[in-house]
Design a protein around this ligand. Structure first.
Ligand SMILES: NC(=O)c1ccc[n+]([C@@H]2O[C@H](COP(=O)([O-])OP(=O)(O)OC[C@H]3O[C@@H](n4cnc5c(N)ncnc54)[C@H](OP(=O)(O)O)[C@@H]3O)[C@@H](O)[C@H]2O)c1
Length: 271
């Protein structure tokens, strides 16, 4: 699937920007989209309506998690915003601390900003939501801080956007490639092929949309499942990381499906 199409579909109804890169600076466009996403994520809090899925987390403080969000664009801001509203401590990061500082202020309670290195050190759980091409340099800069941590990778490999690394990831299968690339981390793929706007709003009507998860580590799957639920989706573990190749746009699992539909589709797919 064309990445511009992905962004257009995923951000439709949120961002008024045209589907070309030339009219506005990328960060301005991201800001518009982020604001829309945050508006959706923040609505419940503003109205004093706590999403049902978030209540156990807020009541039982011990279940609160520290989450490092690496890549705070459409996906990172949507999920980080929802998780912070659910009572988790979230640190947003990207290459532009000023954007993350602004984002954290907009999200409010439980949100802060840092560098990717600080977010990786801060989080018990890390969400990666970056262009796949960013990974080699990014991971190199994170040192040992991802080791032993649960990493949820929402990032997708698109050759036209990300170049050769995306071809390699697709050839090996994105899940297996993620594990190799994020060596030492407890990797799961999730949040790969539902629009960022829905990630910000699913908690308003929780449990209707299934979220496929692929992973090999039991603890990582448990943690990811909990965060999937807090975002308003029903987790559906479709298999190990060898099934992660189906967790991206353009596959039968992509898009919005009920949990049962995901189970049925997954049953037809081979690792
Ligand atoms: N958009 C969707 O609806 C959607 C849905 C599912 C999955 N995805 C996938 O999720 C990933 C993120 O998508 P998105 O739409 O959120 O993208 P996006 O809006 O362009 O955001 C990307 C984020 O990554 C940051 N970033 C880029 N390079 C970085 C680096 N080297 N180190 C740290 N941060 C870096 C960017 O900030 P700076 O440029 O300031 O560093 C930005 O905050 C992509 O792989 C995409 O395919 C997208």
């Amino acid at each position: 699937m064309d990445t511009r199409k992905e962004e257009d579909i995923f951000c439709r109804g949120i961002s008024p920007f045209p589907n070309t890169e030339s009219h506005m600076r990328v960060h301005d466009k991201l800001d518009l989209c982020r604001r829309g996403l945050l508006k959706a994520a923040g609505l419940a809090a503003v109205l004093g309506v706590v999403p049902l899925t978030a209540r156990p987390t807020m009541a039982a403080d011990s279940r609160k998690m520290k989450i490092g969000v690496i890549g705070s664009g459409r996906v990172g801001s949507a999920l980080g915003g929802v998780w912070a509203k659910a009572g988790n401590d979230v640190m947003f990061s990207s290459r532009h601390l000023e954007n993350d500082t602004r984002l954290a202020a907009e999200v409010g309670a439980n949100a802060r900003a840092g560098t990717p290195q600080q977010a990786a050190a801060f989080g018990q759980v890390l969400l990666f939501a970056v262009p796949y091409s960013a990974f080699p340099e990014l991971i190199g800069s994170l040192g040992n801080s991802i080791k032993g941590k649960v990493v949820i990778n929402a990032s997708n490999p698109f050759p036209e956007r990300d170049g050769e690394i995306a071809n390699e990831a697709r050839a090996k299968g994105a899940g297996l490639f993620d594990a190799q690339m994020l060596s030492g981390a407890l990797v799961v793929r999730a949040f790969n092929a539902v629009g960022a706007a829905r990630m910000a709003s699913a908690h308003e009507d929780p449990g209707k949309i299934g979220m496929p998860i692929a992973g090999d580590d039991k603890k990582a799957i448990e943690v990811a499942s909990r965060l999937v639920r807090e975002a308003g989706f029903e987790p559906v573990v479709v298999g190990g990381l060898d099934m992660g190749k189906y967790l991206m746009p353009g596959t039968p699992l992509a898009g919005e499906h009920t949990p049962d539909e995901i189970r049925s589709i997954a049953a037809t797919l081979k690792p």
